[in-house]
Structures are given as structure tokens and as C-alpha cells.
Design a protein around this ligand. Sequence first.
Ligand SMILES: NC(=O)c1ccc[n+]([C@@H]2O[C@H](COP(=O)([O-])OP(=O)(O)OC[C@H]3O[C@@H](n4cnc5c(N)ncnc54)[C@H](OP(=O)(O)O)[C@@H]3O)[C@@H](O)[C@H]2O)c1
Length: 359
Amino acid sequence: MARIPGVRERGRSGMICTDISIAYFVPMPNNRHIVLRQRPAGPIDPDHFDLLRCRRPEPAPGQAVLAVEWLAMDPYLRSVIAGRHLGAALAPGERMPGQGIARVIEAPADGPVQPGDPVVTDCGWTEWVARPAEQLRRLELPDGVPPQTALGILGMPGLTAWAGLHRVAAIKPGEVVAVSSASGTVGAAVLQLARAHGCITIGITSETKLDYVKEELGADFVLSRTGDLPARLAAGDIPRFDVAFDNTGGEVLAAMLDHLALHARVVLCGLMAQYEQSERPPGPNLGPVIGARASLHGLVVYDHFDALPEFLATALPLYRSGRLRCHETVYQGLDQAPEAFCALMSGASHGRVLVRLKQ
Ligand SMILES: NC(=O)c1ccc[n+]([C@@H]2O[C@H](COP(=O)([O-])OP(=O)(O)OC[C@H]3O[C@@H](n4cnc5c(N)ncnc54)[C@H](OP(=O)(O)O)[C@@H]3O)[C@@H](O)[C@H]2O)c1
């Protein structure tokens, strides 16, 4: 098995133990998982993780055994590592949490899932996991739709975009919708869903992804987050934003707030610019929000899971017609998960970042 730089492996092999009267074999570990080794003080790198070998879980009564096939790399995991997420913090030595798609291998006969069924679940960064069968549902996707889209454009990130646009900002055709981190999964969905609704769209992204956001995602205007964004916005040719959907915070948010239309709605969705900082930076200048009589809305996707069918009723036809898509960066094997996550957090990756696990 390949060893990734910085990721230590422990519990590598089985062992023959002998004494005078007996010889017995301690079984080889047949599962692997990734734990947090150390909380980073600044930007995260693969050295902050350990890859451990362990035994596959034995199911307790009522549990199903799952083989993980895909892992989603999500920015909220960085907040979990920092101890700043809405839910529990992760202590060093604990297994990385996270959503994935897994295949049911063993399950109670009378449960809601059966062997062979794919499921979306909070499996964490592991190859095999046991979960209460009652909490699992078979993943149903129409023919021809790749399963990993349920972790991306047709899953939680897509729903986040939809909920922010329709439930929080209540977008109307003809309005100007600007989104930061526009090349990411949430950003890509925001752009394309807003466009499909008849809005004028503006994508803010890094220099290297401008063409992708314009050509592939169809943004009407693209702006570089790494250039002089305030000066670019002041140039006069970019319409003011009726809706500012922010995924980054920091200077990008400050520039967006300075370019609001009257009665704009600002959707505060994420903080890519500050997840890697150990200290919370000083807040943005909110003066322009007052001047524009704008409202700021905090968005948490957990409040909107009931809208999944409504979201999919819009998103699936768009997906099938090629009008809702997202680039995927796929890493192979659990040992690549730390590298994949660090690339996501540094901005080096592109689009939905996934890890494909082969059993
Ligand atoms: N509120 C909720 O319920 C909810 C739910 C899901 C996700 N979110 C949030 O939504 C945001 C987007 O999520 P996503 O999954 O689609 O991730 P993502 O946008 O793909 O995140 C990675 C991207 O962030 C961008 N970025 C912007 N500023 C950055 C900076 N200072 N340093 C590094 N990267 C930076 C980079 O894209 P560019 O190079 O294009 O700028 C990078 O590729 C995240 O903040 C996430 O936490 C919130």
C-alpha cells in the first residue's frame, strides 16, 4: 500500500505471538481510517492526519455494515477540526467525520436497506463502518446520474445553493446575483440555478478559474478575487447586486457589501477566507449594508432538508440537460483524503473534491 508523505501509518500488520505452549495469530487489520493527529495552528496540511490500520467493525444488533465508496471533502470539516462548528469539536486521535456514499454489505433482514444498496451517510474517513440500519435509506437516483452527484451538485451543497437563493433571498427573474467562490460546488450551483431562474449572474473566483466560471458555468460576468476587486467593481460596468451570496467572508465580502443595490439581500453562507485562521479576524465594515437598507441572512442548510424534493424537482431536469454541472476533482484511495482536503482548503483544487475508495 502506498504511504502518503506526512501521513503516518500505525498497526500495519498482524503478528505471530508464541509462548512455550501455544502459538496464535493476531489477525491482520483489514480496515483503515484517518484520524486527526494534531489541531493545526494555521493552514492545514497532510501532516496533521494519521492513517491507521484497524479491524472491520462487527455489527451490533440492528446495525448494517457498509463499505465506503466515495467521501466528500467539505469545508465545514475544517471548522470541526478547529472546534468552531455548530456541532461537536474533533479532538486529536479521533476519526475524521464526513459524508460519503457507501454500499450495504450486511444488514438486518427486516431493515430499510439490504445488501447491495447504496446509501448516503455520515461514514467518516474510513473504508468500512457499521451504522444503525434504521437511520439508513437506499440512495435513489435516476438512471444515468452518477452516484457521487448526491454528495455534490444534487446533494447537500446543491441544496444549500437552492435554499439560499429561493428560501432566504427569494430571487426574482432579472435580478443580479453575485456569488463568491463561484467555481466551488455551492458557488457553481448558485450561478446555474440563478441563471436558470432568469437572473443576471456574477461569479467571483480566483484568476485561474475565471474561464471555467464564464465558459462552463455561464456566468454573465466574472471577477477575480485575487485581483483588485474593489477597483474592478468601482469601474462602473458591473451592475450592483440584488443578491450577494457569500462563501468566503473577509475582503471579498467587504467588496461585495460595497456594491449592493437598494434593498439587496446578502446570504452569508461560508467563510473560506477565514477557516484556516486561528484567530477570528476583525469584522467587515457594515456601513454599506445600512446605506443600502439591505438585510443579512445567515444560512444553515440543516434547516432546509425538507426542501430536498422541491430542490431536486428543479435541479434534476437542469442536470440532465447539462445546465447544472460541476467539475469534479477525484482522488483515489483513503490515504489520499488528507491531501484532497488540504487542496480544497488552500484553493488549489477545482470544483467538487471527492475521494474514491476501492474495496
Ligand atoms: N451554510 C451552510 O449550511 C453551508 C453548507 C455547505 C457549504 N457551506 C459553505 O459554502 C462554502 C462553499 O462550499 P463548497 O463545498 O462549495 O466549497 P468550495 O467553494 O469548493 O471551497 C473551496 C474554494 O474556496 C475558494 N476560496 C475563496 N477564498 C479562499 C481563500 N481565502 N482561501 C482558499 N480558498 C478560497 C477557492 O475557490 P476560488 O479559487 O474559486 O475562489 C477554493 O477552491 C464554504 O464556505 C462552506 O463552508 C455552507
